[in-house]
Every structure is written in structure tokens, then in C-alpha cells.
Design a protein around this ligand. Sequence first.
Ligand SMILES: *Cc1c(COP(=O)(O)O)cnc(C)c1O
Length: 214
Amino acid sequence: MIEENLRKVRAHIPQQVTLVAVSKTKPNSSIMAAYQEGQRSFGENKVQDLAAKAEVLPKDIQWHMIGHLQSNKVKFIAPFVHLIHGVDSFKLLKEIDKRAKQHDRIIDCLLQVHIAKESSKFGLGLEELKHLLSSSLDLKHVAVKGFMGMATYTSNTSIIEKEFAYLKQIFSQFQKTNQELQILSMGMSGDYSLAIEHGSTMVRVGSAIFGSRL
Ligand SMILES: *Cc1c(COP(=O)(O)O)cnc(C)c1O
């Protein structure tokens, strides 16, 4: 089932768009089923789960931290994490830099931009984004590679489209002055095709691959 779902999702995703298989709450056996199909990028939203899975699963998996990350937990994933998607404060960025330095590595990050209507969703406003991006240039062990956004949870596709288009526009704008920005992480199971139409380079797909989370 997972194998078949994965093939279906892949059929909708162009070569140049990275598929992150969101395996949160799913057992290692599910991850291995996708792995056997050639999937190597996986996303988790809890530090404990990410660390536990990385410990026992194949070492060539690229682990993405997609959830909200607390500064005091960065140390648990700093040795191995491939990309941190949801960075939304300088405090967090500084902590990532500090822990990356301890492991003699540079950790790639995405800044989370607030695009949804819901005020409950995390993410930076435009001014904060500008600020954080310029502050990040002083940190030698983090590399801001792009932006991440989550659209409003709604069945109204025109709202989702507007939000994706808005994020793409901001991304393109910042790209003009920052060559490092290459990744635009937007799109989940329900809206990844729409996200790709609007310039996404990385989609985070969970339930469409692994089934619903109950
Ligand atoms: C859970 C999650 C996803 C995947 O959601 P699906 O709807 O199952 O594809 C993507 N991004 C983030 C940040 C998530 O927490």
C-alpha cells in the first residue's frame, strides 16, 4: 500500500521538486517500506521521534525536522539533521549555530513565513523575515537555504492558492539579493499539486503516502 501510494505521489511531482515523506507517528516498518522504494528524505515533527528513528534506521536517510522546534532540544538532532524547516526566531537560529559548531558542521535551515489566515500558525512576518535573514549571515554554522510556509487549513483552494502565490513572490524577491535561497518548502498531502504550480521546490507529504494518522 505504501509502495503504491508513494508511486502515485511521485507521478505527480516533477523531477526537480524534492519529496519529503512525512513519517510522523508512523512505525519504522512504514519508513522502511518507503525506503525500499528508493525514498531517502523523511520528515518528523517531534525531536524525540526523529532522534529515535535516526538511531536505528539506515544512515543514508536524510532527516528533515518539520515541526516547531524548541531551542533546548536542538542538541538532540544537531549531529545528523539534514534540514530544519520551521525556524522562526533568532534565539533558535543562534542555538542551531552553537550546536552545529560543536559537531563541526553547518546545518541547513528554512525560515518559516506566516502565510495562513489563522493567527495560531507559526511563522514570521515580512519585517521579521528580513531581519532574521540578515542576522543569519553572521552565523557561520547555519545556512539559510530558503523559506517554508503552511497554507490555511481550508477546502477553499482559492485561499490556498493566494497564500502560495504570496510566498512564492516573497521568495523570488529575496532571491534577487541572496543566492543561497534555493528551497521553497510548501505543499502537503492535500495541496502539494497546487503548491508545485506556484513554485514549490520541496513538498512535505505524509498521509497521502502513509495513510491517515488517527
Ligand atoms: C504533518 C505535516 C505535514 C504532512 O501533512 P499531510 O497532510 O499528512 O501530508 C507537512 N508539514 C508539516 C509541517 C506537518 O506537520
